[in-house]
Design a protein around this ligand. Structure first.
Ligand SMILES: NC(=O)C1=CN([C@@H]2O[C@H](COP(=O)(O)OP(=O)(O)OC[C@H]3O[C@@H](n4cnc5c(N)ncnc54)[C@H](OP(=O)(O)O)[C@@H]3O)[C@@H](O)[C@H]2O)C=CC1
Ligand SMILES: CC(=O)[C@@H](O)[C@H](O)COP(=O)(O)O
Ligand SMILES: [Mn+2]
Length: 403
């Protein structure tokens, strides 16, 4: 974890408001971030908001938080965005280059919450500018973890995890005692199909898969939770964020999503972070790190929760965690290709083109094909990352078409 970043301004102690840009402001994480900011009594000032298709929400948010700039990635939506902002004094911009430019404007922190590999270039632009990043977009570490972390270390900036499990680990990881860490244990809800038989999983519909038992999230991460690919992606994310080897990273199913993850030390202590399943807690922590602000969330009442239960992952019904682990061991382009294939497979499932188990199947088959075609190897540059990403998307699209 790059932890050399400067501490943020501390409004609670008389500092200026902390200047923020939100990438993916109209999504689930983006909206929760706006909510946290609006409850923070002027502790934050918003510079830019970036989104894609939801122009009405983007413009409404920009006005509500008094942003300076609102950007849509879709150039065709520049006119509607400009119209929606007319008279507000807020600047409008559109297109991929405008997104990257917005991410690179000087601010104190960028919330990186675009979904998928589309978030990689803007996140890197923020890092290159020397801005501390609050990272929700796990795909950018799966796709290009070495490059992202190397850039953060070169620029000596902090990457503060937002993903609930990684925020939990970040909160209980004793950096001075890294050598004493025996295991990092990521908890998984098990998703909506935790108790389903193989046969029931085989006929699962998008509607069922989008019904997450505990969390309200965007579609892509919700499907990832249902396949448990999310936990595999998070294993790779944790590998890049924390100084632990792959063999000290574990996953434990915890259906209540109250314990958000744990660190086990060699003296036998297990330190866990708990809270209600509401992303506004890890978001508030990331925005205010290394301090804490209040967040508009329910208090956790353990007497009402009653029981916390834990079980092992069933690798037979949910092979994606093992698949991600083996791609992580392989390293280089393997995880880039895995991520790209998964993005294609999730979209294919959501549009009814492939059955649920084929999501993980497509990712596995794409990696097997990559192995056979000698496409697995180191990725040293961003061009190599994009080449591997394009390859993974092409093969997965072909394989999905043949199903
Ligand atoms: N939701 C959650 O609770 C959690 C999410 N995460 C991670 O956070 C990230 C975001 O997830 P989530 O908020 O659920 O996703 P959503 O689908 O809800 O939101 C995605 C956001 O990204 C924007 N976006 C999509 N494509 C582009 C693009 N090409 N350029 C610019 N903006 C784009 C969308 O804009 P628009 O809506 O305008 O089209 C939207 O603002 C994911 O990586 C996810 O894995 C991690 C932990 C928890
Ligand atoms: C809220 C969050 O961090 C998600 O990534 C969450 O982990 C999804 O739940 P699963 O544990 O079901 O994957
Ligand atoms: Mn998570």
């Amino acid at each position: 974890m790059a932890q050399t970043g400067r501490a943020p301004a501390d409004p609670a102690h008389g500092g200026d408001p902390k200047r923020l840009t939100i990438l993916g402001s109209t999504g689930s994480i983006g909206r929760s971030t706006v909510d946290v900011i609006r409850h923070a009594d002027g502790a934050f000032a918003v510079d830019a908001l970036v989104a894609n298709a939801n122009i009405a929400e983007l413009a409404a948010q920009a006005k509500a938080v008094n942003a300076r700039l609102a950007v849509t990635a879709d150039p065709a939506l520049y006119g509607p965005l400009k119209d929606a902002l007319a008279g507000s004094g807020i600047e409008a911009a559109a297109g991929e280059a405008a997104v990257v430019e917005a991410a690179g404007r000087p601010v104190d922190m960028v919330m990186a919450s675009i979904v998928g590999a589309a978030g990689l270039a803007p996140t890197l632009a923020a890092i290159e500018q020397g801005t501390t990043v609050a990272l929700a977009n796990k795909e950018c570490l799966v796709c290009a973890g070495e490059l992202v972390i190397a850039a953060a270390e070169r620029k000596r900036i902090g990457i503060v995890p937002v993903d609930s499990e990684h925020s939990a680990v970040f909160q209980v990881f004793e950096t001075g005692n890294a050598d004493a860490v025996a295991r990092v244990i990521l908890t998984a809800s098990g998703g909506p199909f935790r108790t389903f038989s193989r046969e029931e999983i085989a006929s699962a519909t998008p509607e069922q898969a989008l019904r997450h038992p505990n969390w309200s999230m965007g579609q892509k991460v919700t499907i990832d939770s249902a396949t448990l690919m999310n936990k595999g992606l998070e294993l790779i994310e944790a590998f890049h964020l924390f100084p632990v080897d792959e063999d000290r990273l574990d996953v434990l199913v915890h259906p209540q999503s109250i314990v958000h993850s744990l660190v086990e030390y060699r003296d036998g202590s297990l330190l866990a972070q708990m809270g209600v399943p509401d992303m506004r807690t890890p978001i508030a922590y990331a925005l205010s790190w290394p301090r804490r602000i209040s967040a508009p969330v329910e208090r956790l009442r353990l007497e009402e929760v009653g029981q916390l239960t834990f079980e092992a992952v069933d690798g037979e019904r949910f092979p994606s965690v093992a698949l991600c682990r083996s791609a992580l061991r392989r390293g280089g382009s393997a995880t880039t290709i895995l991520n790209a294939a998964n993005e294609i497979a999730v979209a294919a499932f959501l549009s009814g083109r492939i059955p649920f188990p084929a999501i993980t199947g497509l990712v596995a088959d794409t990696l097997e094909r990559a192995e056979g075609e000698a496409m697995l190897g180191p990725v040293a540059t961003l061009d190599e990352v994009w080449a591997a990403d394009a390859y993974g998307r092409r093969i997965a699209t072909d394989l999905a078409g043949a199903l």
